[in-house]
Design a protein around this ligand. Structure first.
Ligand code: PBG
Length: 308
């Protein structure tokens, strides 16, 4: 009876697995603040993506960690940069089974760790950053990425990237706009995951955690600029924003269950304080119930296995 009247289901195809590929390693390097998640070299990346495909996961979101960083994040748009090399490898291996997606942001590639390039005063220069995002977008599209994850929170990024892609003939490359992305403490473990060099914070370009209306406003702007999918991030502390966006959006709405959300449940479960599997299932069900059509989660493959 409960199954028959259940209002919310999670299907493996609604899950996206974030993956970290690192240039200067052999094999896997475990991320200590995210037990069970690793940085990968190309071989272990391929194996992890194949396992996700076999579990029926809908897609993977790739993050690249370069060996060399500089002020402009040059490796982010280099055709031989690790993110482009890894994208080509995954598209060849699992491109028919999974939607291979790429993070479009500079923070993994800059030596200062910000999501954009800086001006003479050390502040992020929004419009100069858009030029770099356009170069990244073209490099990622050429590498075969199906969906570009615009996670940098620069004003005008969706329109700038869409125009550049269309101008270069990449009319089928889709855009996932991280529209309502909050300046969150729950990104903490991600800093270790991508070996981030960030000093300070991202509060000049990411949203203030208390601002619900502004999350909606940012989403409407991205929709007008041509976003194919919009995102709310983090998920668990922003379910009201997610619900608002889901009610208003005419395109799919996704949510990102971020590194700190993962780490909290893993840490409590490791101490025997909560039931790990139930907590994972409940957390993702809650995000779906609030309005997410799909969820980025580090548990994607394991959860898909339970669901099947
Ligand atoms: C930016 C980006 C971040 C995350 C995804 N993309 C870090 C940030 O904005 O500070 C965080 C994801 C997570 O915590 O799981 N490239």
């Amino acid at each position: 009876m409960r199954r028959l009247v259940s209002e919310t289901r999670v299907h493996p195809a609604q899950l996206v697995l974030p993956l970290f590929v690192r240039e200067d390693i052999a094999g896997e390097v475990p991320i200590s603040s995210m037990p069970g998640v690793s940085q990968h070299d190309l071989d272990s990346l391929r194996r992890t993506a194949v396992a996700a495909a076999e579990a029926g996961v809908g897609g993977v979101m790739l993050f690249g960690i370069p060996e060399v960083r500089d002020a402009h994040g040059s490796q982010a748009s280099d055709p031989e940069g690790i993110l482009q090399v890894a994208t080509r490898a995954l598209v060849a291996e699992v491109g028919d089974a999974l939607v291979v997606q790429t993070d479009l942001c500079l923070d993994e590639f800059t030596d200062h760790g910000h999501c954009g390039v800086l001006d003479a005063n050390g502040a992020v220069n929004n419009d100069a950053t858009l030029e770099r995002y356009v170069e990244m977008a073209l490099a990622q599209a050429r590498a075969g990425s199906a969906l570009l994850g615009l996670s940098g929170m620069m004003d005008g990024q969706t329109a700038a990237v869409r125009e550049a892609l269309d101008g270069a003939g990449f009319t089928d490359t889709a855009l996932l706009a991280y529209s309502a992305k909050y300046a969150s403490a729950f990104y903490g473990p991600f800093r270790e995951a991508v070996d981030s060099q960030l000093q300070g914070d991202r509060r000049t370009y990411q949203l203030d955690p208390g601002n619900r209306r502004e999350g909606m406003r940012e989403t409407l702007i991205d929709l007008a600029e041509g976003a194919d999918i919009v995102m709310v991030k983090p998920a668990m502390s922003y379910l009201d924003v997610l619900s608002d966006v889901a009610a208003a959006s005419e395109v799919p709405v996704w949510a990102y269950q971020v590194s700190g959300e993962y780490a909290m449940i893993e840490a409590a479960a490791a101490r025997g304080w909560i039931d790990r599997r139930r907590a994972i299932e409940e957390s993702v069900t809650g995000i779906r119930r609030a309005g997410a059509d799909a969820v980025l989660t580090y548990w994607a493959t394991e959860l898909a296995g339970w669901l099947r």
